[in-house]
Write a protein that binds this ligand. Structure first.
Ligand SMILES: Cc1ncc(COP(=O)(O)O)c(C=O)c1O
Length: 397
């Protein structure tokens, strides 16, 4: 590598693959000490050389060197020109919504993350912003939902917990035909598996809390874009609203992204093996995993994703109580919400992540009482399968 290169935030970065960029992008050894790792700049304010003359940083809500390295690293991973980090995934979603004005309309999915649904309907509807929730796997339904005042198409793919796959390029084209922005929450796939800006999206949003952090020890968010004007507005909201991550959080995510490719390879490999095993299990009615050919989104996922991810759900032929017993029986899988860490997690959407949805509505949406969701970790796959086997057999025998 050329020592003088501003690696890899300059144009030459294109020559490096994501496995290399995840480790190096945005980070240079410290000039003074040679320290390899970006320091945790625990610092709120910065000396100015003259009034109004600073060296790039004046106050840490506005900008912090540890955060800057993280932002450059994340931008590189998403093939984006610009990146902005936030205090949580919700803070980054909120920042995209800050772009809207009263009277605007948003088209979005009927199975977006519950917190996203909550901020749409319980915060932004109060400011006279209107939302239409549609089945995002149906491009005609997306198109039909647009109105004169639609400014934003917001989508997730794969979705939670049924792992529905949305055709990103098709959806982005529709948004642009209507002069609207297309924003994608890429938390489930990660930039290692899916790069929505390359497929036509305008904005990528992340909960860094999940795979990018990767170790269940940090909460964070990010927005990536190739549009300078949008990036400037995101920077304005970082400073004006103040939902930015501290240097320690930024450091933890930077450490996490270094191993993103190797972790994701193992997540994907384990998830595929578990999905196939569950698919053959007599107590399992259905497996939701885009890597299975039987999954309705398999073909699109094969085209737009490098692999199928570490998340899957399965429907047990069981009552709510029996399924609760299964998820309580596991020893390696931890009963917990969230996802994307190195450890495997198991949860039952009906009484946990999706408990706020009325039962009938929930079942109509395919979220049955016996549905179980797992975030497949990077433990040995045999231990994971054995654990699921004893948990299912113990509860349903
Ligand atoms: C897809 C998705 N987007 C956004 C969020 C919100 O992120 P955070 O918890 O970091 O605020 C979550 C959290 O579970 C999520 O699953």
């Amino acid at each position: 590598m050329d020592d003088d290169a501003d690696f890899p935030t300059d144009a030459d970065a294109d020559q490096f693959r994501i496995e290399t960029r995840s480790i190096h992008a945005g980070q240079e050894p410290d000039e003074e000490t040679g320290a390899l790792m970006t320091p945790i700049h625990a610092n709120s304010t910065y000396e100015q050389d003259a009034p109004g003359e600073h060296r790039g940083y004046e106050y840490s809500r506005t900008g912090n060197p540890t955060r800057s390295d993280l932002e450059a690293n994340l931008a590189s991973l998403e093939n984006a020109e610009y990146g902005r980090a936030f205090a949580s995934g919700m803070a980054s979603i909120n920042t995209v919504l800050n772009l809207l004005d009263s009277g605007d309309h948003v088209v979005t999915g009927n199975d977006v993350y519950g917190g996203t649904h909550r901020i749409f309907t319980q915060v932004y509807e109060n400011y006279d912003i209107e939302f239409t929730f549609v089945d995002m796997t149906d491009l005609d339904a997306i198109d039909a939902a647009f109105q004169e005042n639609t400014e934003l198409l917001w989508l997730e793919t794969p979705t939670n917990p049924l792992m529905s796959i949305v055709d990103i390029a098709g959806a982005a084209d529709i948004a642009h035909d209507h002069d609207a922005l297309c924003a994608i929450d890429n938390t489930f796939a990660t930039p290692y598996l899916q790069q929505p800006l390359d497929l036509g999206a305008d904005i990528v949003s992340h909960s860094l809390t999940k795979y990018l952090g990767g170790h269940s020890d940090v909460v964070g968010g990010a927005l990536l874009t190739n549009d300078e004007e949008l990036d400037e507005r995101f920077g304005f909201y970082q400073n004006a609203v103040g939902a930015t991550p501290g240097p320690f959080e930024s450091f933890l995510v930077l450490r996490g992204t270094k191993t993103l490719p190797v972790r994701m390879d193992r997540h994907c490999e384990n998830a595929r093996a578990i999905a196939e095993w569950l698919d053959d299990h007599p107590a399992v009615d259905r497996v939701y995993f885009p890597g299975l050919e039987s999954h309705p989104g398999h073909e699109i996922a094969s085209e737009q994703m490098a692999d199928f991810g570490g998340m899957l759900s399965f429907e047990l032929d069981a009552s709510l109580e029996e399924a609760s017993e299964v998820v309580s029986n596991t020893e390696v899988f931890t009963l917990a919400e969230s996802l994307g860490g190195v450890e495997s997690l198991i949860e039952q959407p009906a009484p946990m992540t999706h408990a706020t949805i009325p039962r009938e509505e929930r079942i109509d949406a395919g979220l049955t009482d016996g549905l179980v969701r797992v975030s497949v970790g990077i433990e040995h796959v045999d231990d994971l399968i054995n654990d699921l086997e004893q948990a299912i057999d113990g509860a349903l025998e």
